[in-house]
Design a protein around this ligand. Structure first.
Ligand SMILES: [Zn+2]
Length: 193
């Protein structure tokens, strides 16, 4: 099975371009470097933008949930002038907002790298399970990649529940896009998840 990394459509036979969203599919697992990214500004499939911001973004989803719960509990307390007890949902609210902002900011950086980042040839460094995180009893996979800027190597990583990412192996060359004024905003092209 080959999964389109932009919109998750599945194909039995590999194709270079997704029929659903038009995004390019990564080359089949192996050691080959795919087609280079098109010149910036690149157009991103809208389903992918939604996935990066919301459906696959743990921080924005959980942050939004905490913010909502905090508001639901804090607002009636404040309306009844229960200042001190409202501190607890207040902390929930603050934590939720900061988590949401973090998720939104990292999504924006990643999307900026896809849209206007500079393309360089990098490589997969290692692929493994991220035992430090757990959601519903499952550990996500972590893919670490390196890419050169001048004579320095930078590191980027992807943490995902998408198992296609783990089909990559260390040493495999990949295209990496990064923002020249902030290389911490980077992404593998085509995306791994
Ligand atoms: Zn697609």
């Amino acid at each position: 099975m080959h999964t389109c990394p932009w919109c998750t459509t599945e194909y039995v036979n590999w194709q270079s371009q997704c029929k659903q969203c038009g995004g390019p599919l990564p080359p089949p697992p192996g050691m080959k470097l795919g087609e280079p990214p098109p010149p910036a500004p690149r157009k991103l499939p809208s389903t992918y933008v939604k996935r990066v911001r919301w459906t696959e973004n743990i921080a924005t989803l959980v942050g939004l949930g905490f913010t909502g719960i905090g508001l639901l509990i804090a607002v009636p307390m404040l309306a009844n002038k229960l200042w001190l007890p409202a501190l607890i949902p207040g902390f929930f609210l603050l934590g939720g907002v900061s988590m949401f902002r973090h998720g939104w900011k990292s999504a924006a950086g990643r999307l900026r790298a896809f849209k206007s980042g500079k393309a360089v040839e990098g490589r997969i460094e290692r692929v493994g399970i991220d035992a430090s995180q757990q959601i519903n009893g499952r550990h996500p996979s972590r893919v670490v990649y390196h890419f050169p800027i001048g004579d320095q190597w930078h590191e980027g990583q992807i943490i995902t529940f998408d198992t296609t990412a783990t089909l990559r192996s260390s040493g495999q060359p990949v295209w990496v896009l990064y923002n020249e004024n902030d290389p911490n905003e980077n992404a593998i092209y085509p995306p791994l998840s």
